[in-house]
Design a protein around this ligand. Structure first.
Ligand SMILES: Nc1ncnc2c1ncn2[C@@H]1O[C@H](COP(=O)(O)OP(=O)(O)OP(=O)(O)O)[C@@H](O)[C@H]1O
Ligand SMILES: [Mg+2]
Length: 357
C-alpha cells in the first residue's frame, strides 16, 4: 500500500442545509476516497452564507468528524454568495512585477464593498493563445480577481477554530466544484457549464478547455420551495421538507398547489441559468456544449428535463467519484450514489493541499 501525501487536507463544505465532509488519499497509485459523510443542520443556523448559530453548527461538525473518525485537523472549506466577488480584469503586463500593489488599486473600481472590508486574492489567467498572437496584443493580461468579505471569512475561520480545526485553505464553492469536475470522468475539452443548486445558492461555473470563463452565484435554491410549502400549507419546516422530498404523502386536492410551487421554482432557476448563458454567449466566443448538474436541489423532479428543453443542451449529473478509487467494503455504495450530487464541493475541497490558496 502506498502512503498518502503529508500535506493533504480534509474537505469541509459548510452548506446551509447540511455539512459535507470528504477525505481523499492522493497516493502513487491514484486518488482513493477515504471518508465521506454528511450531517443536516437545523433551518436558520446558516442564512445567506452567514453562520447565525455558531455553537449548533460547531456541534454538528464535531459529530460528523467523530462519526467519520477523522484525525487530520488541517481542513479546507469554502464560501459563496453575495460576500464573494469574482471578476476577470485586464491589466497592463508592465504591472506584472508589482502585481500585488497594482491589483489593490485596480480592484477598488470593481468591488462593490469598501476595499478595507475584503480579503483580496488574484490569479493570472493563462491566455491559451499561441506565442505569435500574444506578441500582437497590446500588452494586456487577464487576471482573475477574487474578493471575499472579511466578516464572513472570519465567521468560517472562527467556526473551524471553535471546533478545534486548523483552516489551511479557504476556497470558493465555484472553484471547488471545478476541482471536482476535473477529477470526474466527464469530457474535459470543449465548453461545459457546471450548475450547482443547493438550499440557498445557485452556483454557475462555465469551463472552457479547463479554464473558468464565467462564474455567478445567485440566491436561488431548495429552501424557496420548502418555505413556500410551509407557508401555503401552514405546516412545520420539517413537514414541508418531507413533502418536497416525497417522503410524506399529501392529500390529492393539495397536489396541484405543490406542483405549482415546483414549477414556479424550476422556471425561476432555468431563467437565471439562461440569463447567465446569454451573458456568456454575448461576451465570449465559446459555445456551451453541455451542462453538468450538482447540488441537492438539482434532483428536484422535472428540473433536469425542463432545463434540457429550455437550453437545448445535453444535461448530465456531475459524478464526483469518476476517477476516485472506492473501496467497497468501506462504503455503502447506494448511500454514496445518493449523496453524490451534494458531495461535489467537499470532494473538490478534499483535493486541495496545504499551501494552496
Ligand atoms: N431528491 C431531492 N429532490 C429535491 N430536493 C432535494 C433532494 N435532495 C436534496 N434536496 C434539497 O437540496 C438542498 C440541499 O442541497 P445541498 O446539500 O447541496 O445544499 P447546501 O450545500 O447545504 O446549501 P447551500 O445552498 O447553502 O450551499 C435542500 O434544500 C434539500 O431539500
Ligand atoms: Mg452548498
Amino acid at each position: 500500500m502506498s502512503a498518502p501525501k503529508r500535506n493533504q487536507v480534509v474537505g469541509i463544505d459548510i452548506g446551509s442545509h447540511s455539512i459535507k465532509i470528504a477525505e481523499i488519499d492522493d497516493t502513487k497509485k491514484g486518488l482513493i476516497l477515504k471518508n465521506f459523510g454528511m450531517i443536516e443542520l437545523p433551518p436558520d443556523a446558516i442564512v445567506e452564507g452567514s453562520i447565525k448559530e455558531m455553537e449548533i453548527v460547531s456541534a454538528a461538525l464535531t459529530n460528523l468528524l467523530t462519526n467519520l473518525r477523522i484525525k487530520n485537523k488541517n481542513v479546507a472549506t469554502s464560501i459563496s454568495g453575495y460576500s464573494v466577488i469574482i471578476k476577470k480584469i485586464e491589466i497592463s503586463k508592465k504591472e506584472e512585477e508589482d502585481l500585488e500593489k497594482s491589483i489593490q488599486s485596480e480592484a477598488e473600481q470593481y468591488i462593490p464593498f469598501d476595499i478595507e472590508d475584503v480579503n483580496l486574492d488574484f490569479q493570472i489567467i493563462p491566455s491559451g493563445k499561441k506565442e505569435e498572437e500574444k506578441e500582437e496584443e497590446e500588452g494586456l493580461m487577464e487576471v482573475l480577481l477574487v474578493a471575499a468579505k472579511k466578516d464572513i471569512v472570519e465567521e468560517y475561520i472562527s467556526l473551524l477554530h471553535l471546533t478545534g480545526l486548523n483552516p489551511v485553505v479557504l476556497d470558493i464553492d465555484a472553484f471547488a466544484l471545478q476541482n471536482a469536475f476535473e477529477i470526474s470522468n466527464h469530457e474535459q475539452s470543449g465548453c461545459h457549464a457546471l450548475v450547482h443548486i443547493g438550499a440557498q445558492q445557485l452556483t454557475i461555473n462555465v469551463i472552457n478547455s479547463g479554464v473558468s470563463i464565467f462564474t455567478r452565484d445567485s440566491s436561488y435554491g431548495g429552501v424557496q420551495i420548502t418555505s413556500e410549502i410551509q407557508k401555503k400549507l401552514n405546516i412545520s419546516y420539517r413537514e414541508a421538507e418531507m413533502i418536497k422530498l416525497g417522503a410524506k404523502p399529501i392529500e390529492t386536492e393539495k397536489r396541484p398547489l405543490i406542483e405549482e410551487i415546483f414549477t414556479s421554482a424550476v422556471t425561476n432557476w432555468c431563467q437565471e441559468i439562461k440569463r447567465a448563458f446569454d451573458f456568456v454567449a454575448s461576451t465570449s466566443p465559446y459555445k456551451i456544449e453541455s451542462i453538468l448538474l450538482s447540488g441537492g436541489s438539482s434532483l428536484l423532479p422535472g428540473f433536469s428535463r425542463y432545463l434540457g428543453l429550455e437550453t437545448g443542451l445535453n444535461i448530465e449529473m456531475l459524478n464526483p467519484y469518476g476517477n476516485l478509487e472506492i473501496k467497497e467494503k468501506l462504503f455503502d455504495t447506494g448511500y454514496l450514489n445518493y449523496i453524490a450530487p451534494q458531495g461535489a464541493v467537499s470532494i473538490g475541497l478534499a483535493l486541495r493541499y496545504i499551501g494552496d490558496k
